[in-house]
Design a protein around this ligand. Structure first.
Ligand code: AVJ
Length: 318
C-alpha cells in the first residue's frame, strides 16, 4: 500500500539529494510527469520537431504482422509504461486474429493505466498492474501457464533515460523474469544530426521549455517551494562523448530558493544549471551487444527511414 505522504516524502528526499552539495545539481526525470507534465509531453509528441513518437508508432504499425508471426503459441503481452495505447493497438490487433488477447499494462500511474485500459479493452482482456516495471513483470510471469510465451513491450526509447550501466542492469532484470524464447520489443531513438536533436528538445513554440519548467512549478506546488520560473531558462545540450541529449534549467541570476517540505535552501550562481533529464541515443549496431550482455539475442531490427529510430526484437536466450 502506498500512502500519499510516503510518496511526497520520497519526492522531497530526492529533491534534497539532487539540489544539495556543490557539484552538478540534478532532479530525477520521472518527476516531470505529473498531470500537467504528462499533458505537455503529449503535446511534445505532436510537434514537427519531435519525430520520435511518430517513428515508434509507424514502425510498430508497419511490422506488427511480421513481429506477431515470429511468436509461436499462445502469447501474453506485457507493456512497461502503459503509454496511450496508440502504439500497442496494431500488435494486439494482429494477435487477436489468432488467439484471445491478454494484455498487462504496467505503470506507476493509475491515471495512465485507466486511460490505456479504456483505449485497448475492445481488443481483449486488459489487466492493469500498478507499480514498478520489474515487480509487474514478475507478476505477469507468475500468471503464465505452460505453453504460453511472453512478449514484453518497452517502447518510446524510455531505455534512453537510463545511464548505460543501469540500462544493462534493467534489461538483465527483465530477462530474469522471462524464460528462453520469450521476446522483448525495445524502442530506441538513434543518433542523428545534432541540430535535429537540439530542435527536438528545444522546439520553437516552447512546449519542451514549458515541460521542463513545470518541474519547478511542481516543486512549488507539492513541496512548498518558491522557485521564480522567470529566473530560469530551459536549455538542451548534446553531449557527444556520452551520446546523449540533456535538458537543463539554467539560473539567469544569483538567487536563493527555499523548498519548505525538503527543509532546504538552495543557492544558484548565474548560469548554474539543474540537469533534469538525460536521453541517450543509440547506434543501430550497439543493440547487438546490449542484447547479448543482458541475456538476449537481437533477432530483428527495424529502422524508420523518416526519423532515425529503431525497433529491436530481442529473444531471451538460455
Ligand atoms: C519519453 C523519455 C523518451 O527523452 O525523448 C521529450 C522525454 N524529454 N522531450 C525523450 C522527453 C523532452 C522523452 N522520453
Amino acid at each position: 500500500m502506498t500512502h500519499a505522504w510516503a510518496l511526497e516524502n520520497e519526492f522531497a528526499r530526492e529533491v534534497r539529494a539532487g539540489l544539495s552539495g556543490s557539484g552538478q545539481k540534478t532532479l530525477p526525470c520521472r518527476y516531470l510527469y505529473d498531470d500537467v507534465g504528462s499533458a505537455l509531453f503529449d503535446a511534445i509528441t505532436c510537434l514537427d520537431e519531435y519525430g520520435l513518437t511518430r517513428a515508434d508508432q509507424r514502425l510498430v504499425a508497419k511490422h506488427a504482422p511480421e513481429l506477431v508471426s515470429r511468436l509461436a503459441g499462445n502469447v501474453l503481452v506485457a507493456e512497461l509504461g502503459s503509454g496511450s495505447g496508440g502504439k500497442t493497438r496494431p500488435i494486439l490487433g494482429q494477435l487477436r486474429q489468432r488467439q484471445q488477447v491478454v494484455y498487462y499494462p504496467i505503470d506507476v500511474s493509475r491515471t495512465a493505466l485507466d486511460r490505456c485500459a479504456k483505449e485497448l479493452c475492445p481488443l481483449g482482456t486488459v489487466l492493469p498492474l500498478e507499480g514498478s516495471y520489474i515487480d509487474g513483470l514478475r507478476e505477469v510471469a507468475g500468471e503464465r501457464i505452460d505453453g504460453q510465451s511472453i512478449l514484453v513491450l518497452f517502447l518510446g526509447s524510455t531505455i534512453g533515460n537510463f545511464e548505460p550501466a543501469a540500462a544493462l542492469e534493467f534489461l538483465f532484470a527483465v530477462r530474469q523474469c522471462l524464460r528462453a524464447g520469450d521476446r522483448l520489443l525495445l524502442g530506441t531513438d538513434l543518433v542523428k544530426p545534432v541540430d535535429q536533436l537540439l530542435l527536438a528538445y528545444d522546439d520553437l513554440a516552447g512546449v519542451t521549455a514549458a515541460f521542463n519548467l513545470n518541474l519547478l512549478s511542481r516543486i512549488n506546488r507539492e513541496l512548498e517551494g518558491d522557485f521564480d520560473l522567470r529566473q530560469f531558462q530551459h536549455v538542451a545540450r548534446y553531449v557527444e562523448e556520452a551520446q546523449r541529449i540533456e535538458m537543463h534549467l539554467r539560473s539567469r541570476v544569483h538567487q536563493t530558493v527555499w523548498i519548505g517540505a525538503a527543509d532546504l535552501c538552495v543557492d544558484f550562481v548565474p548560469n548554474e544549471t539543474i540537469c533534469t533529464e538525460a536521453s541517450h541515443k543509440f547506434r543501430p549496431e550497439q543493440l547487438t551487444g546490449m542484447a547479448r550482455q543482458s541475456g538476449f539475442r537481437l533477432e530483428r531490427q527495424w529502422i524508420d527511414c523518416e526519423w532515425p529510430f529503431a525497433e529491436n526484437l530481442l529473444v531471451a536466450v538460455e
